[in-house]
Design a protein around this ligand. Structure first.
Ligand code: PLP
Length: 381
């Protein structure tokens, strides 16, 4: 049996998405910047896609900018906001994706002051600490992700948006993992910047978007032609953009049923794991359905001599998942997210992440294979 439980890394493309993209790979190949009919036809497809994304986000098409993915969108939002708004202080967290964390570290090297908000032992943001940081230094840039890609912890976007408004801070949220999995109503959320990446919701890789609230006037990150209304130079990834919009449209149309299905898988896995492996626990708040991204379950496994080989052993059994111990031992490179949690470093960690294509049978199979690795005779402690 082959099982794919690594949907937070990337998802399988939906066949309907591929079909929507195909004509823009084969027939409609014009450059969207060309003014002849070949170009105009393609330009129309891009603008139709932008309109669709904007409609789903309940915002204006002028606030949606296509990029090469989440990483570029995060870099653009952070770097250009600091440059163009004269931001002197950035507030972020130690468990952000590297697209944010490494950008923030670069900004720090360039002389920007950086504060990291306190997290509790499960990686939950300390909102009181955030408030005190904002009070001390208004006019900051806050960059906090909506859903953590490793442990699934969700941020209260409304609460942080209100705080940022009160203290005149700019609010960027890396929404890559939650985009098209939840409804983001930009007319209601007080977000200055949000991000999407198509390959996280059954679209193609290498394409995403940056939502920029119209109050924010920033210059491009990538200089070049006048594409994306002068905000992002470079010939557009036309079929990628068409695929992104189609994938997002499908995700929104099927959101409720998919969420129910995936929550069912996650609940089933939690229960089966508890029944099959003594001492099982979960990292972050990923076993709390109300507080975590429903697609992610990060399992904390008992200490075992073979924990360094966990992913390898699952791979042998045909199960693709992801992990990362908090230390840098063996074959796995340490996870900077798990390292921030108060957890026993000898325990193993596996991130299972689900999609609409997964089944209960796959969950049963994965739990069975995982439990085999933790039979009493192989357990060292
Ligand atoms: N932010 C988060 C939270 C992610 O999970 C990812 C992808 O893993 C990214 C940013 C980067 O997105 P992309 O792969 O589109 O560059």
């Amino acid at each position: 049996m082959k099982v794919y439980f690594d949907n937070a890394a990337t998802t399988a493309i939906d066949l309907e998405v591929f079909e929507a993209m195909k004509p823009y790979m084969l027939e409609h190949f014009g450059n969207p910047s060309s003014i002849h009919s070949h170009g105009r036809q393609v330009r129309t497809a891009i603008e139709r896609s932008r309109k669709k994304v904007a409609e789903l986000l309940n915002t204006a098409p002028a606030e949606v900018f296509f990029t090469s993915g989440g990483t570029e969108a995060d870099n653009t939002a952070l770097r250009c906001t600091v440059n163009d708004k004269g931001i002197k202080h950035v507030i972020s967290s130690k468990i952000e994706h590297h697209a944010v964390l490494h950008t923030v570290e670069q900004l720090e090297k360039d002389g920007v002051k950086v504060s990291y908000v306190n997290l509790d032992e499960n990686g939950v943001v300390d909102y009181d600490h955030l408030e005190s940081l904002l009070k001390k230094e208004p006019n900051s840039l806050v960059s906090l992700m909506h859903a953590n890609n490793e442990i699934g912890n969700l941020l209260d976007l409304e609460r942080v948006g209100d705080m940022c408004e009160e203290h005149n801070a700019v609010f960027h949220s890396d929404t890559v993992q939650s985009m098209a999995h939840y409804v983001h109503d930009m007319s209601r959320l007080k977000l200055d910047f949000a991000v999407g990446s198509a390959h996280k919701f059954h679209g193609p890789k290498g394409v995403g978007f940056l939502y920029i609230n119209h109050k924010n006037k920033i210059h491009p990150f990538i200089h070049g032609g006048a594409q994306e209304r002068n905000m992002r130079g470079g010939t557009e990834n036309v079929y990628g953009i068409v695929g992104l919009a189609k994938a997002m449209e499908i995700a929104y149309a099927e959101m409720e049923s998919h969420r129910k299905h995936i929550e069912g898988l996650k609940t089933h896995m939690i229960e089966k794991l508890k029944a099959s492996i003594d001492g099982i626990a979960f990292n972050g708040v990923s076993d709390d359905l109300d507080k975590s991204l429903y697609t992610v379950l990060n399992v904390c496994l008992p200490p075992n001599d073979d924990n360094d080989m966990l992913l390898f052993n699952l791979d042998i059994a045909g199960i693709s998942a992801s992990g990362g111990s908090a230390c840098s031992s063996g074959s796995s490179i340490g996870s900077h997210v798990l390292a921030e949690l108060n957890r026993d470093q000898n325990r193993g960690a596996i991130r299972f992440s689900f999609s609409k294509y997964n089944t209960l049978e796959e969950v049963d199979y994965a739990v069975e294979k995982l439990a085999e690795l933790y039979q009493p005779e192989t357990t060292s402690a």
